[in-house]
Design a protein around this ligand. Structure first.
Ligand code: AN7
Length: 388
């Protein structure tokens, strides 16, 4: 394990979450020499258990992963990785199965997370399954209804924090420093990303290595995890070309896109992030150093899209492709269109969009603002219109 801040290295240790010297982000460096193809059994995250380090007394699983890679109807070389079909409706389940299995195996009884909603829902379900307790710090009034419901349903203890997700995250960091009996399952915990990297393995098994992978980016753990998955395949000699990793952020919460595009020396965090894509309403991405590494190493890029572009893309995916995703996930479709328009991506390039969360997670905006029903008196007129 190696610290991205101070460069210190440590023998792999499942108990390590941050650098014991400086508190920086740790990378788990796997030096796989070979993979025994016969070890690839079953489906989902644990199909790849030979590539997931750690000792597990019990695997706490809800059959996460094994999500479909759906070919777009309208764009021949576009593929949609529908992570909304995970057990709690988002990609977080891939990381949570590893993090909660680890927490259980290390003897923890309580896990903690800050969340814009999906990590909370996932942590609550997996720790319920493991018989652990869940403590959540959530930004007050800013978590989408579906996600809030899931966390309550699965029995988490919820603390609502004033301000943004970033304030909630600092509460977790503080608790983590002060109380060693509570296990953090946010993505600064590198073990979680060992589960999320299996997105790359599944894409590879379906279509090989694509030209581009577009990832909605908030805390920036997932883009690094997917890059890491492909990097490990490259190191194993299984692929010979890395996909370019593209981070997409919402205009009101885009520190990484600005850092990349404005050639800043230091990242400027966003104090009051704002966007309809509540999942990625994050101003201080804890994993930004990992995201920059993934983007630079793969020669990718980052961009931002507006809330209007996000909502338009959400409707496109729903009404043309038949795939219902939450706004954060739709940002990838908005990014694809933008990058086709400006020529960064060609129609011939093979591109994968990571559709991170299910539409049912975040219904507020559309239910509240779309004109979605007609009065009973107008039914005949409406039916005549449909028949044209
Ligand atoms: C649907 O749940 O941060 O860049 O607390 O829910 O790895 O943070 C959610 C993030 C993209 C961004 N899409 O992933 C949380 C949380 C959806 C998400 C992201 C999130 P990262």
């Amino acid at each position: 394990m190696r610290c991205l801040s101070c460069g210190a290295s440590f023998n792999i240790d499942q108990k390590l979450i941050v650098c014991p010297i400086c508190g920086g982000l740790l990378e788990i460096i796997n030096e796989f020499q070979d993979i025994n193809k016969n070890s690839l059994k079953g489906r989902g995250v644990w199909r790849y258990k030979e590539l997931i380090p750690g000792n597990y007394k019990k695997i706490v699983s809800l059959n996460e992963g094994n999500t479909p890679l759906i070919n777009s109807k309208n764009y021949e070389n576009l593929y949609l990785k529908f992570e909304g079909l995970n057990p709690t409706g988002s990609f977080k389940d891939r990381g949570m199965t590893v993090a909660i299995s680890s927490a259980y195996s290390l003897g923890y009884k309580i896990v903690v997370a800050a969340s814009t909603g999906n990590t909370a829902a996932s942590a609550s379900a997996y720790s319920a399954r493991a018989g652990l307790k869940t403590l959540l710090f959530l930004p007050k009034g800013k978590v989408a209804k579906g996600k809030m419901f899931q966390s309550i349903l699965h029995g988490a203890v919820i603390v609502e924090v004033d301000g943004s997700f970033d304030n909630a995250m600092s509460r977790v960091r503080k608790l983590f420093n002060e109380d060693k009996d509570i296990y953090p399952v946010n993505s600064f915990n590198p073990w979680r990303l060992e589960g999320q990297k299996t997105i790359a393995y599944e894409i590879y098994e379906d279509i090989g290595s694509p030209d581009f992978v577009i990832v909605p980016t908030g805390n920036a753990g997932n883009i690094y995890a997917i890059w890491k998955g492909f990097k490990e395949l490259e190191n194993l000699g299984i692929i010979d070309k890395m996909p370019k990793m593209i981070a997409v952020q919402a205009e009101g919460a885009s520190p990484i896109a600005d850092f990349i595009n404005k050639n800043q020396n230091e990242m400027k965090f966003v104090e009051n992030p704002e966007t309809v894509a509540t999942a990625i309403r994050i101003g201080k991405p804890v994993n930004y150093m990992k995201a920059i590494k993934a983007i630079k190493d793969s020669k990718g890029t980052a961009l931002k899209v507006s809330d209007d572009e996000i909502l338009y893309a959400q409707i496109y995916l729903a009404r043309e492709e038949g795939i219902g995703v939450e706004p954060a996930s739709a940002s990838t479709m908005a990014a694809y269109k933008k990058l086709l328009d400006n020529g960064y991506i060609d129609k011939k390039d093979r591109v994968v969009l990571i559709l991170t969360g299910h539409a049912l997670k975040d219904p507020n905006i559309m239910v509240n603002t779309e004109i979605h029903s007609v009065s009973q008196d107008n039914i005949e007129i409406l039916i005549n219109k449909l028949k044209i």
